[in-house]
Write a new protein. Sequence first.
Length: 183
Amino acid sequence: MSEILIKDIEQKMINSINHLVDEFSTIRTGRANPSLVDKLNVEYYGTKTPLQQLATISVPDPKLLVIQPFDKTALEEIEKSVLNADIGLNPTNDGEVIRIPIPPLSEERRKELGKVASKSSEDAKVSIRSHRRFGIDEISKLKDENSADEIKRLESKVQELTDKYVNKIDELLLVKQNELLEV
């Protein structure tokens, strides 16, 4: 029972890390990356549809994204979605594909995105700590069934996991901030 609880807590912490990685992938650095637009919803035959289901997104060079829709009638709606996403990208539609040049980030925008990344990482840490609190609460419910030594061991295991994943968040933030500072 106790090992299952530890595995459950660890899985929740891993999910928090994965969510942070997803959030970081949508923060624009100076390079083209399909994750900048693949989660955009496009109005397609009256339904909001994820862009990745409507088109292939490629990166022919580090400063250019190319979106090639499976159905050319979706070109204008895709272009409109990219413009309305307010991510600072200006698509061009040539009737076949949409090209999105990735402009370099200004120093001010880099700092702003760094703050967004810091906020996301802080939210992830709060999530990790909340999972720790849940785990400690669940372990304390097991006091009747286990020895004091076993309870201490489980609590220290939860704390080890917390420290491990908080450090992982710090590493991810450092990598993202370094990406943002690259010119």
